[in-house]
Design a protein around this ligand. Sequence first.
Ligand code: GDP
Length: 296
Amino acid sequence: MFDALTDRLGGILDRLTRRGALTEADVAEAMREVRRALLEADVALEVARDFIDRVKARAVGVDVVKSVTPGQMVVKIVHDELVKTLGSEAQGISLAASAPVPILMVGLQGSGKTTSTAKIGRRLTTREKRKVLMASLDTRRPAAMEQLAMLGEQTGVATLPIVPGQTAVQIAKRAMEAGRLGGYDVVLLDTAGRTTIDEALMAEVVEVKRAVSPHEVLLVADALTGQDAVVTARAFDGALGVTGIVLTRLDGDGRGGAALSMRAVTGKPIKLVGVGEKFDAVDEFDPQRIANRILG
Ligand code: GDP
């Protein structure tokens, strides 16, 4: 995870801390290198620029340059600003609504939406002792419905029985009704994905959203697609209003551009990250911990 960025930043900041004294020019030069490293990690240009401006504004001051350990002070500032860029506080899924709490899972096909739905279902069941019902609204791909049913069996999370011929909105309403009657705490609605964002996809998800008024709309995006993941998140947010991001495949992400840009570009928190194919391979996104990891 973020290996390339960790190596680059580690090298730049090590050189800085090894020097006894620092001039403002040294700091400016190091920040130019940090900026380059961020851009090579596929961080969005405006996010990298803003980050560097914030670090410089704090680090080029007299206090830092004249301090006994200026390099370490700069490293601390870089760390603090990185945490801010990542969103400051960890934010889990909110269940603060009356049961059954509807949660809508949206995203492109192949982003890891169905797997993430099952991971979240299992996490809420085992960690938070919630009674969870999952339903697939993918009326065009029967295989997707069967996939969720199978994941439900494997994770021990209930799934809504499949009734062929229903529209996505009908299934969503049936899921909420089953959730109410069955005394479920949470209903996870896995919407259909497409390989690209198209009007039909958005129109359908908007209709489902209107029908069930979800408490959370979670956009699932693939970290390996870098800035495309951020562009996708913006598009879904613009059309739907998302409440949080689930960033998948962070386990294979050596660069980190999506994770680093997502919050700043969309204004929406990354709530969970996928870190593998297994059902328990899902973690809270904790900006402090991620910053520690990136800075080695
Ligand atoms: P969907 O089309 O968006 O529903 O995507 P799926 O949930 O079917 O996932 C597509 C593939 O990505 C599957 O093989 C998953 O096992 C894999 N996958 C999903 N999340 C992760 C993750 O966080 N890490 C890794 N390594 N693989 C993942």
